[in-house]
Design a protein around this ligand. Structure first.
Ligand code: ADP
Ligand code: MG
Length: 449
């Protein structure tokens, strides 16, 4: 499946499509949101950095420092607010194929709760256009890599029907994106909720993915010293400001030491840096210390070499080619199958709809029995009254249909989140989804399965 391709250092590493190497860089990135009362808040302020193919980068900082906001900006998922600065993906600003190039594993898992881990990955692999012969092997491989073998046949589950654990859901979300093999992988706290061994395994595996030529950027709020050593570069944020960008090696320790923050021997640098930059708990002179660190970084050699690197962004080695993904017809077929399977697994949702339609038909049928005849040929007064009541019937039926849709609201919210994730990651498009959803909802279609 894999072909050999020299990586940046010249060694031969297995990478399926070598031309899919995309660097990502951002410079002077700021994002401001409006708050109530006409106030505004800058949640990301003048942040710059880059990550090249074959590298893995960590965004670290105290909670609320803007890690998710920065990743949202990089992944093009910003909702409200104004953004300034420049993001280059493979030397281009807003490339047309951004959805096909960037996969983003968000902090919240959006999964279909009725499927097992294996079924979820099976549908993901079909949407990723993995050839049928290689599909089962690819699924099994990713299950093993993400440590999901013990729960491969357990359903994802929801608050009512318990399924896999929170940490397993996290790993399943990563596994789905790994199957899609996007050139750039953004992950928001992929190790949150995992025990230290599982976290280490996941980071080690993501490191392997990076070494195959992918660009991996992740936010992480706690890293063991072993995990920290696996990253190539580090971006430290505090209150949305950049405190450090550079290698994770001794350079980082020396940079902080030069500012008077000597990392004690045998301590975890990642923890030490976070202690230094955290101002949330009213540390003495916390604000001034942070200001000092931000200024010191701006004036440092590291910042100049970063700016130099940003001036000469690396060119992707393809020319617009992106990963493979299913075409509209295939998407339609996979989505239809998945929706029918979902209906089959959730018979009560379909059953509730059917029972309500039958009850509505019975009620309306008995209440308005023969009213049409009276309106057409009865006494003038009775006919007028019957015609008026037919108007009420129209309102009644419409209102009932609207209220009925509330019954499936929780289910709708679940599938909406999955739809949003898949669409934003370029795995599906609207038209095949709408057609498949419409067809799967027709009475009788379910019996095809
Ligand atoms: N749309 C928004 N409106 C107001 N405040 C926001 C908005 N988005 C993020 N924030 C604030 O910006 C800060 C950074 O948020 P976030 O990026 O989620 O932090 P992190 O992921 O590092 O924990 C937080 O203080 C958060 O409250
Ligand atoms: Mg976050």
């Amino acid at each position: 499946m894999a072909e050999a391709m020299p990586d940046r250092k010249g060694s031969a590493t297995g990478i399926k499509d070598a031309e899919r190497r995309y660097p990502i860089s951002w410079s002077g990135l700021s994002h401001t949101v409006s708050l109530r009362g006409g106030r505004s808040k800058t949640i990301v302020s003048n942040v710059s950095g880059h990550c090249d193919p074959g590298q893995m980068m960590a965004i670290m900082g105290p909670s609320g420092c803007g890690k998710t906001s920065l990743l949202d900006l990089l992944g093009g998922r910003v909702g409200s607010g104004t953004t300034s600065g420049e993001i280059l993906i493979g030397c281009k600003q807003h490339p047309a194929n951004i959805r096909k190039v960037v996969s983003y594993v968000t902090q919240e898992d959006s999964l279909l709760t009725c499927f097992t881990v294996r079924e979820t990955l099976r549908y993901a692999s079909r949407l990723a256009a993995i050839p049928s012969k290689a599909r089962e092997e690819a699924i099994q491989q990713v299950i093993v890599q993400m440590g999901l073998l013990v729960c491969a046949d357990t359903r994802v589950g929801d608050p009512l029907i318990k399924g896999i654990s929170g940490g397993q859901k996290r790993r399943l979300s990563i596994a789905i994106e790994l199957l899609h093999r996007s050139p750039i992988l953004l992950l928001d706290e992929p190790t949150s909720g995992l025990d230290s061994t599982a976290a280490m395994q996941v980071i080690e595996h993501l490191r392997d993915v990076a070494q195959k030529g992918h660009t991996v950027v992740m936010s992480i709020h706690q890293a063991s010293s072993r995990a920290y050593g696996l990253f190539d570069s580090l971006c430290l944020l505090s209150k949305g400001q950049q405190v450090y960008f550079g290698p994770t090696t001794d350079v980082a320790i020396e940079h902080f030491a030069a500012q008077g923050h000597e990392c004690p021997r045998y301590s975890n640098p990642a923890e030490f840096f976070l202690d230094v930059i955290n101002t949330d708990f009213g540390a003495e002179n916390g604000g001034a210390r942070l200001e000092g660190l931000v200024r010191a970084f701006e004036k440092s050699e590291l910042a100049s070499s970063m700016r130099e690197a940003l001036r000469q962004p690396e060119i992707p080695q393809d020319g617009g080619v992106s990963r493979e993904s299913a075409g509209p017809c295939r998407q339609f077929a996979v989505l239809l199958l998945r929706m029918l399977h979902m209906n089959w697994k959730n018979p009560y949702i379909f059953g509730v709809r059917l029972a309500m339609y039958i009850a509505l038909a019975f009620m309306v049928g008995t209440m308005y029995y023969d009213v049409g005849e009276v309106a057409r040929g009865g006494e003038p007064v009775a006919a007028a009254a019957a015609a008026t009541s037919l108007l009420a019937l129209l309102f009644y039926v419409q209102a009932f249909l609207v209220f009925m849709s509330v019954a499936i609201l929780p289910f709708f919210l679940e599938i909406r989140d999955v739809f949003r994730r898949e669409r934003a990651n370029g795995q599906i498009t609207c038209l095949p989804y709408v057609l498949a959803d419409f067809l799967a909802g027709l009475p009788g279609v379910r019996s095809l399965l």
